[in-house]
Design a protein around this ligand. Structure first.
Ligand SMILES: *Cc1c(COP(=O)(O)O)cnc(C)c1O
Length: 374
């Protein structure tokens, strides 16, 4: 007998279950790994696709008080849901976002000398964070500019921060260089809190922790360190509805381009999910260039059994090979797991030639979303 589903039946052909208890447990794991540092949370890009309006308040309830969003619009939406918490805007501030930043009590992460001058001229002594670039050449003052800023008569930041380029690879020599450079930066701001570590950085140990950590992907069930078994609890389960079951003969082809030719008589489950839902075309079973370097396309799972994608994933539909399941085990209306407890988010991402971050943040708008917290 099937376990009772938290989903009501609906017109959707794709559904998403977000496990808020797993999110909270993953945050607690990151908090414990952060040693004496406070543990914050990156909730940008709608909480990595999970729904920041549900994820962020759940983390607040768990004890998180420091949140990081990408832009002021994301911050404004979360402000009423996060009373008393600090909301940092990673992409900084510019003329167009200034009013939002003030109105919603957001803390801009100042990322250049120009942004620093703009904030000082317009916001006076209001709180801001200062980002220092220690090796990415993305956002932030150079360490020299930061040292000059510390010496200047400008109002000082409430937080000084930097970001790792290679924290997913603990052996990468840039990690140690960034840790050392940032320690020098932090020393220029002696009474000011410092923050360096994302999810991967937290695993690099105490020298990377400072006073505040900023995990993102690990909270949502991704593994922050490449090449190891995923240790985080799965948070997102994505499923697609079986619309039609059909039989096809050996020698016939499946999907666009006739790129997959069946080698046996097959049973095919046609499901209502496609690349428009973020089930990337690059995960097709055949007919995409990625198959030259990654042998297997994406899998689905039915009652815990893996079923491979057949042929090209199309915009709204994907075919799965269910020949190996017992007769009658799968029927129209059943659901195929795309990622979740059986197909780990990292495995699903690898099959599509991408990373869990991109897979989660490209989940489409058609999913019916359900939240559980058990
Ligand atoms: C996204 C982001 C994080 C979180 O990174 P993860 O690798 O997802 O843990 C932390 N800090 C900054 C500046 C970021 O952009």
């Amino acid at each position: 007998m099937k376990s009772p589903s938290p989903h009501p039946d609906s017109a959707s052909t794709v559904r998403l279950m977000v496990d808020l208890a797993a999110l909270a447990a993953n945050w607690a794991t990151m908090r414990d790994l952060s040693g004496s540092a406070r543990c914050g949370a990156a909730v940008k890009a709608d909480g990595y696709g999970t729904g920041a309006d549900r994820a962020a308040p759940r983390l607040l309830r768990e004890g998180c008080r420091d949140f990081f969003v990408a832009d002021a619009n994301e911050g404004a939406r979360l402000r009423p849901l996060l009373p008393g918490a600090r909301i940092h805007v990673l992409n900084g501030v510019f003329k167009g976002s200034f009013a939002q930043t003030l109105a919603h009590d957001l803390i801009p992460v100042i990322n250049s000398p120009e942004q620093a001058a703009f904030w000082r001229a317009n916001a006076g002594t209001r709180a801001y964070a200062l980002q220092v670039d220690t090796g990415m050449n993305r956002l932030g003052l150079t360490p020299e500019q930061a040292a000059a800023h510390a010496q200047s008569d400008a109002p000082q930041p409430c937080l000084v921060m930097s970001h790792f380029a290679c924290a997913d690879d603990p052996e990468h020599p840039l990690n140690a260089r960034q840790i050392k450079t940032f320690a020098g930066v932090a020393a220029c701001f002696p009474d000011i809190e410092a923050s360096l570590a994302n999810s991967g950085g937290i695993h690099l140990g105490a020298a990377a922790h400072h006073q505040l950590t900023r995990p993102g992907i690990a909270l949502y069930g991704g593994e922050a360190v490449s090449g190891v078994q995923n240790r985080m609890r799965p948070v997102v389960t994505a499923e697609a509805r079986v619309l039609v079951l059909r039989h096809a003969h050996a020698g016939q082809s499946v999907s666009y381009g006739a790129a997959h030719v069946l080698t046996r008589d097959s049973r095919i489950a046609v499901c209502g999910v496609g690349y428009a839902d973020g089930f990337h075309r690059s995960g097709s079973g055949a007919g995409v260039p990625l198959r030259a370097s990654v042998a297997h396309g994406a899998y689905g799972a039915i009652q815990g059994v893996r079923v491979p994608v057949l042929g090209k994933i199309t915009m709204d539909l994907t075919m799965f090979d269910v020949t190996d399941l017992p007769d009658g085990a799968v029927q129209a209306g059943d659901w195929v797991e795309l990622m979740g407890p059986t197909i780990n988010v990292e495995e699903a991402a690898t099959a599509a030639g991408t990373i869990s971050y991109e897979l989660l943040t490209s989940l489409g708008r058609r999913y019916e979303r359900t939240y559980t917290d058990l």
